[in-house]
Design a protein around this ligand. Structure first.
Ligand code: ATP
Ligand code: MG
Length: 569
């Protein structure tokens, strides 16, 4: 089914797509009395990922665009895997993404009504209790071009079925010993209609209904009916439910609906290169300790991306940009990153940080009357993209840290940064010229020495002489120690698992590099938790929400998406 990689951008924000066309048509025809109601229906068995963001954006935007409402509805029909803390986390993530549900519901709110509707079908001969176990039932399903086998219990009368179904509910039978099935057609070409299961016996403790129920509805039995109870008009889901639509319709057509019959429409799932998007695989990464929990900044979970520094607005814009269609495709992760970079370029405050510090000593720097180095304070702009962000003052003195890779004792060709005899600009401060280096016994450079030109305050020379390089720095006496996490792709392969069938084979063993002893300007220690700043020349970095001296690299500065497009042109 998958997967071409989309390398060309779709048209900018689609004014129209097949989903919107359909809703518009319904509005024009007065279907549903001109009402639009959608829902986002996550199963609380994990946290949300960016694929869900695509569904959320669609569900909520359609409602907003057509003057309707969108609910959040937890599809909590499986007590074994669902947990209250996933409900709380999902609610929080939807709000963080910037959407406010009109109402918050649970499929479990409807367990009573669902049960009554099941009895309704039983009494009409449209559902029956099957005494076979799951294995026997699936062995009888048949396949494509191969008819199914009718259960020996299929022709039980309604009275007997009703009695058995009530006893199932009352807890008289063992887990898995019986099921309730819809009585449709064991020869139907669509497997979903071959007497699908509606209820299973399962003594699981449900996080909301406790031990009240020992039978639980299947997805197919719960979903469309929950839509109908709530008054949903347009029920959007991903393409793998395409073959379930006739069943969705069949149930609704045979029930006494309180309002108009909702309709299911399918769209393509979001897939991204170099990552996985299924809760099952994400949960395994967490459980196996490959990552440090659901909010690990390498994961495509909304909480991971948030911790990584991705703005919610960038995720929303990305989702609108890629639009919806009925063709499965995989988008390049660089496209998402370019939305993040564009947003952060507008909003992130500029700061200086040195990731691999090398000491730079200015040998002619003045000392005061107490023979202590003079400290000068420079005013530096917070964001060249936005004058309203103002300025900050940054201390400068005779001992600084510069980036190790900004110095070369023997400069290779095209290296224009600091080297013996060469002059460079320290951003916003002075021009400095390297005189010599101090090394340890092994020949490692311990310290670079230079002289500064007092005439070049602010970074330009009165005689107009040019330097080829401007470098960032921090004052050694004022720097704050920090740790910085650099991230690479979680999977080296664009399509994890493509070669071997197992995504784990493509895990990138070097997806995180944790740097300690980084030197950052003092203002950074005061950055609010979670805020994202630009470390000049290095990229965008998010302040960890819990650890005040940890920064996560959100994205680099280089627009890799532009480079990819150029390659494809
Ligand atoms: P997963 O396979 O990751 O567990 P799921 O579909 O089981 O996902 P749900 O919690 O049932 O997860 O999904 C809630 C809604 O989000 C559904 O309507 C589903 O179709 C949609 N959704 C899930 N994954 C994606 C995706 N990758 N792209 C777009 N929509 C998605
Ligand atoms: Mg699901």
């Amino acid at each position: 089914m998958l997967n071409s990689i989309v390398t060309q951008p779709a048209a900018p924000v689609p004014a129209s797509d097949f989903v919107r066309d359909l809703v518009r048509q319904d509005m024009q025809r007065g279907t549903y009395g001109g009402r639009v109601q959608t829902r986002f229906p996550p199963e609380p068995n994990g946290f949300l990922h960016i694929g869900h963001a695509k569904a959320i954006t669609l569900d909520f935007s359609i409602a907003a665009e057509f003057g309707g409402t969108c609910n959040l509805r937890f599809d909590d029909t499986n007590p074994d895997t669902e947990e209250i803390h996933f409900v709380e986390g999902i609610t929080e993530d939807v709000e963080w993404l910037g959407f406010r549900p009109a109402g918050v519901f649970h499929a479990s709110d409807y367990f009573g009504q669902l049960y009554e509707w099941a009895e309704h079908l039983v009494m009409r001969g449209l559902a029956y209790v099957d005494d076979q176990d799951g294995d026997a039932i699936s062995a009888q399903r048949g396949g494509f071009g191969k008819p199914g086998i009718e259960s020996p219990f299929r022709d039980r009368g309604p009275e007997e079925n009703l009695d058995l179904f009530r006893r199932m509910r009352a807890g008289e039978f063992a887990d898995g010993s019986r099921v309730l099935r819809a009585r449709i057609d064991m020869n139907h070409e669509n497997m979903q209609l071959r007497d699908p299961i509606m209820y299973r016996i399962r003594r699981g403790h449900h996080f909301r209904t406790g031990d009240e129920w020992c039978i639980y509805p299947t997805y197919d039995w719960a979903h469309g009916q929950s839509d109908a109870f709530e008054g949903v008009t347009h029920s959007f889901c991903t393409l793998e439910f395409d073959s379930h639509r006739p069943l969705y319709d069949w149930f609704l057509e045979h029930l006494p609906l309180p309002s108009d019959q909702p309709r299911q429409t399918e769209f393509a799932r979001l897939e991204l290169t170099h990552t996985v998007m299924s809760k099952r695989l994400l949960a395994a990464l967490v459980a196996d300790g490959v990552v440090d929990g659901w909010d690990d900044p390498r994961l495509p979970t909304l909480r991971g991306l948030r911790r990584r520094g991705y703005p919610a607005s960038a995720i929303r814009e990305f989702c609108s940009f890629i639009g919806v269609s009925r063709t499965n495709s995989r988008h390049e992760i660089e496209l998402l990153e370019s939305f993040v970079r564009t947003e952060l370029n507008r909003t992130a405050l500029r700061r200086m940080a040195v990731l691999h510090p090398l000491r730079l000593v200015l040998t002619n720097w003045p000392v005061d009357a107490d023979r202590r180095p003079v400290v000068e304070w420079f005013e530096l702009g917070n964001n060249p993209e936005n004058a309203d962000d103002g300025v900050r003052v940054v201390p400068f003195a005779g001992e600084l840290f510069i980036e190790e890779e900004d110095f070369a004792e023997v400069p290779p060709p095209k290296f224009f940064r600091l080297a013996p005899g060469r002059e460079v600009r320290l951003r916003g401060a002075y021009l400095v010229r390297c005189t010599d280096v101090l090394k340890d016994e092994s020949g490692r450079v311990l310290e670079v020495r230079a002289t500064y030109d007092p005439e070049t305050k602010g970074g330009s020379a009165p005689d107009g002489r040019k330097v080829k390089s401007t470098m960032h720095w921090v004052s050694a006496a004022h720097a704050v120690d920090a740790r910085v996490a650099l991230y690479d792709r979680l999977y080296t392969a664009a399509v994890p698992g493509e070669a071997t069938g197992d995504p784990a084979d493509d895990l990138n063993p070097a997806s995180r590099e944790l740097l300690t002893g980084c030197k950052v300007e003092g203002a950074l220690a005061e950055t609010p938790p979670g805020a994202v700043v630009q470390f000049e020349r290095l990229g965008y970095f998010a302040h960890d929400p819990r650890d005040p001296l940890l920064f996560h690299r959100t994205v680099g500065l280089r627009d890799e998406w532009a480079a990819i497009q150029k390659r494809h042109r």
